[in-house]
Ligand binder design. Structure first.
Ligand code: ADP
Length: 432
């Protein structure tokens, strides 16, 4: 800055002397001022131009120009260098990201807020047959035409869906949809053919073993029942073991029946025809059984039932849902507890709901209670006290699969030592 002032004083001093000698001071001062302004303008323009061209400024003027312009120029150079290294970093990050997504065995598709494809990784091209650049900008539902894809995009909670591969109907893909940014979506698909095969083999194995066990258990049960009827011929010391054998044989028989039922619910593809099901009647039947079995606990039952409300479904499967939830409420509610049963409709659908103030389920166990054979440890001690319910650990798994087959959803809310609410909701569209 100091140099700039010195330079201006120097220029104007000599212009003044020169003007004095030729007798035109003001004219010379005006001409010099205009020339200086023109020079500054040209230099500033040249610096700005070079910054636009991304080239370094003309070295001809470097060192001769005013300090202020030098500062401007060096700041611009610094900013440009910083910008270049940032862009380089972003480019290499992008390259790494592309390489990483290429190596992923999952298909990844990015969608904008209108569900149009904005980007896909290489696996999506091979696994889903998406073509780039042709399919970029197209709505995903026009590229992947399975109706389940529409369900996937519409769903509010993250749930995976299984879809046959559009390129090979033998292959099964699992799709999930994640939301990001401003209503953008990321679709992730993975090949689960082997997993599905293993799951089918496991289900077939369980079904076969259960089937094979059925006949010997029936024979045992028959002999034990026969012997129990002839108590007088059996030594007294055998009476307790005989009673226990009868109980265990009954339990095994129930377990085998429920396992076979579960595998049927899970695997049977022939959908039985849906008919109008009178749920209030099924509730009454289940409550009558539950009351008989839990009478020592003196439970209080309350009802809020819309008698005229009918649902479309498979009656025996809806009975499985209703009876298991009511039996569980009776089993896991302590003495003098309250069990509230509701059957009602609202805008969201038709609901069967059972609320109890029993032992409740902890937060960690809640997501697991519908798994096969999952039991909360503490409930084992309640088992005996509850009476003779069929306590196989399969009840809620049966409820879950029956609900799926009847287009219903199961929701469980519970707080340990406070109680539980089980709600099965039938969709309004299927029951309109
Ligand atoms: P189980 O034959 O053991 O009752 P279920 O599949 O019906 O098998 O239930 C799984 C587990 O869920 C039970 O062991 C119990 O711990 C828990 N559970 C189910 N219903 C209730 C309820 N109403 N209150 C508390 N816990 C429950």
């Amino acid at each position: 800055m100091k140099n700039d002032i010195k330079r201006i004083i120097f220029i104007y001093f000599f212009s003044l002397i020169f003007g004095y000698f030729i007798g035109a001071v003001s004219l010379v001062l005006l001409a010099v001022s205009l020339a200086y302004i023109f020079y500054l303008h040209k230099r500033t323009q040249s610096i700005l131009d070079s910054s636009k061209r991304k080239a370094f400024p003309d070295p001809y003027f470097h060192g001769n120009q005013p300090d202020i312009l030098q500062q401007l120029e060096s700041t611009l150079v610094k900013l440009r260098l910083k910008d270049q290294s940032r862009k380089k970093k972003i480019r290499s990050l992008l390259k790494e990201f592309r390489e990483a997504t290429k190596a992923l065995p999952y298909s990844i598709i990015a969608l904008d807020y209108q569900d149009c494809i904005t980007w896909t990784n290489k696996t999506a091209l091979k696994q889903l047959g998406i073509k780039t650049p042709d399919d970029i900008g197209m709505r995903i539902t026009n590229v992947l035409r399975d109706p389940k894809i529409i369900e996937l995009l519409d769903q509010k909670e993250i749930e995976n869906i299984k879809v046959k591969s559009p390129l090979d109907s033998e292959k099964i893909l699992e799709f999930s949809c994640l939301l990001y940014g401003q209503n953008n979506k990321l679709i992730v698909a993975r090949d689960i053919t082997n997993l599905e095969m293993a799951e089918n083999m496991r289900a077939a194995f369980v079904a076969n073993v259960s089937h094979e066990l059925r006949s010997p258990i029936t024979i045992f049960k028959g002999y034990i029942e026969g012997l129990n009827r002839r108590q007088e011929e059996i030594p007294k010391s055998w009476s307790t073991p005989m009673k226990e054998m009868a109980e265990q044989a009954e339990k095994m028989s129930q377990l085998v029946d429920e396992l076979l039922l579960l595998s049927k619910l899970q695997t049977e593809t022939t959908i039985e025809s849906h008919s109008k099901v009178n749920v209030p009647v099924l509730i009454n039947q289940s409550v009558a059984r539950a009351k008989k079995l839990s009478s020592p606990k003196k439970h209080f039952y309350s009802f809020e039932i819309s008698d005229s409300l009918i649902v479309n479904g498979i009656e025996k499967e809806i009975y499985i849902i209703i009876s298991n939830i009511i039996f569980n409420a009776a089993r896991y509610t302590r003495n003098n507890g309250v069990i509230e049963i509701k059957w009602f409709a609202n805008e969201q659908g038709i609901h069967f709901q059972v609320k109890d103030n029993g032992v409740g389920i902890s937060k960690e166990n809640l997501p697991r209670v519908t798994e096969r054979f999952f039991r909360v440890d503490s409930s084992k001690s309640d088992e005996k006290e509850a009476g003779k319910f069929n306590n196989t650990g399969l009840g809620l798994a049966l409820v879950k699969h029956s609900a799926i087959r009847n287009n219903a959803t199961l929701k469980i809310e519970s707080k340990i030592n406070e109680g539980s609410i089980f709600t099965v909701s039938f969709s309004p569209s299927k029951n309109g």
